[in-house]
Design a protein. Sequence first.
Length: 95
Amino acid sequence: MLNYLKKTTEGKALLSIYKKSGLLDNSSRRKLCQLIVRKELQDDPDKSIKTPRLLSLSQEIVQVFPKEHISTYFIPYMNYGKYMIIKIYLTFKSH
């Protein structure tokens, strides 16, 4: 993820913001989610991102931005044991 962020203008801006302040604000978090989901769906926009991959992406975010909390990006919600709502994906889709 770090390599990808370093290759994009938006990613570089996010890394710079984090380096200066040590935090990402809500706007920066949304941009980060948009970048990640866009990258994941670039080859197939109709593809769905599976739960294990979303968890992995959230863990990568926390590795790159250590002061961020994984729960900001990934909160599985079980609904009768069948469905999971994933915050990172919904954050992107709702904006």
